[in-house]
Design a protein around this ligand. Sequence first.
Ligand SMILES: Cc1ncc(COP(=O)(O)OP(=O)(O)O)c(N)n1
Ligand SMILES: Cc1nc(C(=O)O)sc1CCOP(=O)(O)O
Ligand SMILES: [Mg+2]
Length: 405
Amino acid sequence: MSTLCLPEQQTPLLTHIEPLLAAAENYQLGEAVELGASRSAVVDIVIEGQAISLAFGDTKLEGTGYQVRDLWVAPYPSLAEMQQQVANQPQLVVLGLPTATGFADIWHHNGEARANHCHQMGDREPAQAMLLASLALDYPLEDAVTLARAYARSVVYQDGLLAWPLERQCFPRPLTANHSEAEVLGWSSKEVAVKPFAKTDPAKLKLYPVVDTAEWVEKVLELGVKTTQLRIKDPSEPTLPQQVERIIAAGREHQAQVFVNDYWQLAIASQAYGVHLGQEDLETADLAAIQQAGLCLGLSTHGYYEILRAAEFAPSYIALGHIYPTTTKQMPSKPQGLSRLALYQQLIGDMFPTVAIGGIDLSRAESVWQTGVSSVAVVRAVTQAEDPQAAVDAFNRILVRPTEQ
Ligand SMILES: Cc1ncc(COP(=O)(O)OP(=O)(O)O)c(N)n1
Ligand SMILES: Cc1nc(C(=O)O)sc1CCOP(=O)(O)O
Ligand SMILES: [Mg+2]
């Protein structure tokens, strides 16, 4: 249970907040949110005992939270100026800044500014309402800002229908180097622009065991698996280059799609089938070199913004994690759950293959598969199975579409 308390002047937002919370309940997107009145001029949200405040316009933020600027009177600051300001002010959230070709929403992330951009922005109140509703539903700030814009736009597209935004056309585009307007708009990014990555074979991308030795890669390929990944987290592991060579040879022998986690230079040098990278790698890895070498690229995502950001790079697949709690890896984010997964899958549609990961076992595979994902990645469900062959066979029986039966 969380609470969302509005000051008097923000109560008109309830016109949007109430149906949005009802839609979220309907889709089972989060815990129930109790609405109340704030005794101060700021909006107060409390989730699991943690309080954040949001101050709009001239209201001053005191304490933890966000100062939201969303009312613009010419002359506007430039996008480059706001990028700098937000990078220096972690609490500043900028909504609907007019730019040369549209509108930008900007927020702070790890010492930098991030932004979405769109040509039509919708109205201010729906955006404010969704920002608050989605924060109260425990979406991270970047997803709340992304949903705020998607909702404000969807109210326009759907002719005033107050519903949870689902369609890609409502969502803004993250400003990355791959955004054709980033340069014209004066947005500077650390990533480089890249062409689309090689495509995977969807028929092979179903059960996707992620394992930590070349021996395990060879073993799962022997068991009939057609997509797998070598994930060795210790970069000083002395046998790393040999293990990568081994898995590439084994992948070729079995005509399988074998990915290397993290070590993209090694993967290029050894002409691996593909590389899997995380969000933080997008700014440091040489994506152009990976693309030019013809390798497939899988990208991790953990929410709306990361999905849209990943899509900008046209990867070979988008991984959606973590769906359920996992003990395999310490996760900074919360488990997404099936309902959020289903909406992410609907948003991505057939634009890119998708891979669900995190806490998936045989008992959960069927419901994950029913969301429409292209693949299910597992660690423990195969490597800790009493009988890995039986586990692989059981997954293979589940991961079938009706047209293939
Ligand atoms: C299929 C698949 N999905 C997600 C991940 C996680 O990648 P990343 O976020 O880079 O984290 P590490 O695996 O490097 O800890 C993955 N490896 N594979
Ligand atoms: C490697 C990894 N990445 C995740 C993500 O969400 O990005 S979850 C995960 C571990 C998945 O392990 P298991 O199947 O044992 O829960
Ligand atoms: Mg990684």
